[in-house]
Design a binder for this molecule. Structure first.
Ligand SMILES: Cc1cc2nc3c(=O)[nH]c(=O)nc-3n(C[C@H](O)[C@H](O)[C@H](O)COP(=O)(O)O)c2cc1C
Length: 162
């Protein structure tokens, strides 16, 4: 099953996974970008389940049936950027595979929250997966090899859904 992947990344690790996934799977790839340049990740808005201003136009997913969404995890929540995208993009009736990237090993709470938001907006969650990203204060280059492997693993997973 091919489709489109949409991601946000602040310190680069989700981006490496998303690009590696797209190369392996052939999925089209879109990056969500903050409207204003930020100094810090928007943890506060994420905890509150709020959105944040993104550069427009947002990726057009009108004719996409299967979407892979990749977001960093902030304080056990999906990013405010991803919140904005799912609210504005029109995900109702679409199949979605959700990916969380965090410093921790697992992020069950965050993924439960992410899934619940998507379902409330009418999306059909066909699977979720978490990957380890970069540790706070570190550079993603230090873990780039693992990030690339994570992208490949994700491509195998989505491939098996066909
Ligand atoms: C303010 C803040 C809160 C975070 N909270 C979590 C968390 O709850 N769980 C987790 O696993 N990682 C947490 N992280 C780590 C990021 O999710 C991790 O570094 C991720 O790989 C960042 O993705 P990016 O490099 O694509 O921006 C947090 C990072 C920041 C800056």
């Amino acid at each position: 099953m091919t489709g489109t992947a949409v991601y946000y990344s602040f310190t680069g690790s989700t981006e490496v996974i998303a690009k590696s996934f797209s190369e392996k799977s052939g999925f089209k790839l879109f990056k969500l970008e903050d409207r204003e340049k930020r100094k810090f990740a928007p943890a506060f808005a994420s905890i509150l389940g709020l959105g944040t201003a993104l550069k427009e136009p947002l990726p057009d997913i009108k004719n996409v049936d299967f979407l892979v969404l990749l977001t960093p995890i902030y304080a056990w929540h999906p990013s405010a950027q991803m919140n904005t995208f799912i609210k504005k993009a029109g995900i109702g009736g679409k199949k979605l595979f959700l990916v969380g990237v965090g410093a921790g090993e697992t992020n069950e709470k965050a993924m439960a929250r992410f899934s619940s938001k998507v379902k409330k907006l009418g999306g059909q969650v066909v699977g979720t997966k978490t990957f380890k990203g970069v540790q706070l204060g570190k550079n993603y280059k230090e873990v780039e090899a693992e990030l690339l492997k994570s992208g490949e693993e994700l491509a195998k997973t989505t491939d098996s859904l066909t």
